[in-house]
Design a protein around this ligand. Structure first.
Ligand code: SAM
Length: 279
């Protein structure tokens, strides 16, 4: 038997056959356009012989594209039990290279399932996209790359540069730990049912070591305080952290009259290191 998925019916037929009416509470907006699923699966580069983790395979559109890219092993975590039977058809059609785990991706320890360094590729359910990303950033040494679809507003925050309105906590933590690159936008029309907003695909490649030295917890606290009052000058917004904010800013080579959105990732790291040294 062929193991290239050629025997599988079109995705629309799968959705009808298994009665997969999209559930809003599960963030279900299915992507059925084969050009787009193929394009997403190409973002990490060659997947020949690689292990991949997919979150929320749904009816299996992106799943088929990832398997067709030649992966050795694809582990997919899906919360909706209705999707398990159609996904079994995908497993069968691709010679068992797909393993589907029924569960909540927020709660599962995916690194135990993978057993080797893997790529993550996912059209994420929007309601849990950011918590999942933060979870993976904390165990980034297990991942070669993450190609993730977000609502555009979140994707823009991940890739934003200083002095833009999207620049903030997510930009700094992501860019400190990963090389991030925007890939392409996808119109609501491409999905069934169409979501209210445009989506975007972002690629994150974890760095061997963070771009500048800093302690994650202290950096997070510093950035949260600075952007908690983003219109204020840093000498005021950093007050909740305690200590002489103005003195620490000057020690980090930053003007106390600057605002959070003007600082680079490196400047935030320098500042958080001063806070760490004065703990
Ligand atoms: N990958 C499919 C596609 O591109 O057409 C479906 C993407 S849809 C945006 C999100 C998928 O994530 C749905 O299949 C949904 O059931 C699943 N999902 C939602 N919350 C989840 C969770 N906490 N853990 C695992 N899967 C989840």
């Amino acid at each position: 038997m062929m193991d290239d998925g050629a025997s599988l019916p079109p995705l629309r037929d799968v959705i009808n056959q298994y009665g997969l009416r999209a559930e809003k509470s599960l963030g279900q907006n299915f992507l059925l356009d084969l050009n787009l699923t193929g394009r997403i699966a190409r973002c990490p580069g060659s997947l020949e012989g690689e292990t991949v983790l997919e979150i929320g395979p749904g009816p299996g559109g992106l799943t088929r594209a990832i398997l067709s890219a030649g992966v050795e092993k694809l582990i997919a975590i899906e919360k909706d039990t209705r999707c398990l039977a159609p996904l079994q058809d995908v497993t069968d059609a691709f010679g068992g290279r797909l393993t589907v785990i029924n569960g909540d991706a927020l709660k599962i320890d995916e690194t135990e399932l993978l057993g080797t360094k893997a790529h993550i590729i996912a059209n994420l359910p929007y309601n849990v996209a950011t918590p999942l990303l933060i979870k993976w950033l904390k165990k980034r040494e297990h991942f070669k790359s993450m190609t993730l679809m977000f609502q555009k507003e979140v994707g823009d925050r991940i890739t934003a540069v200083p002095r833009t309105k999207s620049y903030g906590r997510l930009s700094i933590i992501c860019q400190w730990l990963c090389e991030v690159s925007p890939q392409f936008d996808i119109s609501p029309r491409a999905f069934t049912p169409p979501p209210k907003v445009t989506s975007t695909v972002v690629k994150l490649v974890p760095r061997e070591t963070p771009i500048y030295p800093a302690d994650l917890k202290i950096l997070e606290k510093t950035v949260a305080a600075a952007f908690g009052q983003r219109r204020k000058m840093l000498r005021a917004s950093l007050k909740p952290l305690g200590g002489p904010a103005e003195e620490y800013l000057l020690a980090a080579g930053i003007k106390p009259t600057q605002r959070a959105e003007e600082l680079s990732v490196e400047e935030f790291c320098r500042l958080s290191e001063i806070y760490r040294q004065n703990q």
